[in-house]
Design a protein around this ligand. Structure first.
Ligand code: NDP
Length: 278
């Protein structure tokens, strides 16, 4: 199965579908990532704060998959944004991953009270220029944060990884991305199982029409909307289910009906709000 690629503003391609490892315990990460690689995933999304980079690295090392066929993302944690700390943080992540570079390095949250996200962005530019990551981006940044990064450095992030699923579509961030050539990555693409997406009539109707599961219908919605997506599962049968989303296409009307799930008032959010997370 060929996963489509998305071209980043760095010129590098990212596989549009990957595998996320948030909440995969350290001692289960090697097994989970090994199974994901067996299923066919070639894009892994981790973070320093997930404390499972060693397991991810061990799975990569034992997989036999050539490095240039893999796309690995990790993230700078919030307490490492100040001063020169990002330089130590990326070296620590690379050591744990057993890699000499990652494909994408992200600042994890803007944490506005700390007011260190612009410094972190300047350090990520240096880290990219030193060859320790190919592309750089951010996560959980709102337009006001993105505007500041661009004003301070002139460099547009390759991606913003935000909570995004049918119940929370963040149109303000999507509009910023569209006008600035930045790509959107959806975290919590299945609503983390906390929002009742799989029972929503728009999702069940689309799933039934195509003979697929509700999770597959939701992932297909992300792909057809152009988002980069990396669902997490520790169950191999679900990893395979979530990867098997290229044999059908939602109609424009099905996409519209799933778009209409967003209550529009932010109540579909299942994670933290970027202005409140410090
Ligand atoms: P997801 O929306 O991917 O949901 C994961 C949950 O859904 C798990 O409980 C999983 O259970 C379950 N699940 C997975 N597949 C299926 C399926 N086919 N049918 C039914 N249930 C299913 O949430 P995540 O938070 O994990 O988001 C994905 C990735 O995004 C993360 O792993 C991480 O890489 C990234 N992320 C980034 C954040 C950020 O701040 N930048 C924040 C949160 C996530 P089980 O494992 O038991 O199958």
């Amino acid at each position: 199965m060929t996963v489509p690629s998305v071209k980043l503003n760095s010129g590098y391609d990212i596989p549009q579908l990957g595998f996320g490892v948030f909440l995969v315990p350290a001692d289960e990460a090697e097994k989970a990532v090994s199974e994901a690689l067996e299923v066919g995933y070639r894009h892994i999304d981790t973070a320093a704060i997930y404390r499972n980079e060693e397991g991810v690295g061990a799975a990569i090392a034992s997989s036999g998959v050539p490095r240039d066929e893999l796309f690995v993302t990790t993230k700078l944690w919030n307490d490492q944004q100040a001063g020169e700390k990002p330089h130590d943080a990326i070296r620590s992540s690379l050591d744990k991953l057993g890699l000499d570079h990652v494909d994408l390095y992200l600042t994890h949250w803007p944490t506005p009270e700390r007011d260190t996200y612009s410094n972190a962005w300047q350090k990520l530019i240096e880290i990219r220029d030193a060859g320790l990551t190919r592309s750089i981006g951010v996560s959980n940044h709102l337009p006001e944060h993105l505007d500041r990064l661009v004003a301070d450095t002139g460099v547009v992030p390759a991606v913003d990884q935000i909570e995004l699923h049918p119940a929370l579509q963040q149109s303000n961030v999507l509009a910023w991305a569209e006008s600035n050539g930045m790509k959107i990555e959806s975290w919590g693409p299945l609503g983390q199982g906390k929002y009742p997406l799989f029972e929503h009539p728009a999702v069940t109707a689309a799933a039934e029409a195509h003979g697929v599961t509700p999770a597959q219908a939701v992932l297909r919605w992300h792909l057809q909307r152009g988002f980069i997506v990396f669902p997490k599962s520790v169950r191999k049968e679900r990893m395979a289910e979530n990867f098997d989303v290229f044999g059908f296409e939602l109609t424009a009307s099905e996409i519209e009906q799933i778009n209409a799930i967003d209550p529009g008032d932010g109540s579909g959010r299942v994670g933290s709000h970027p202005l409140e997370f410090n």
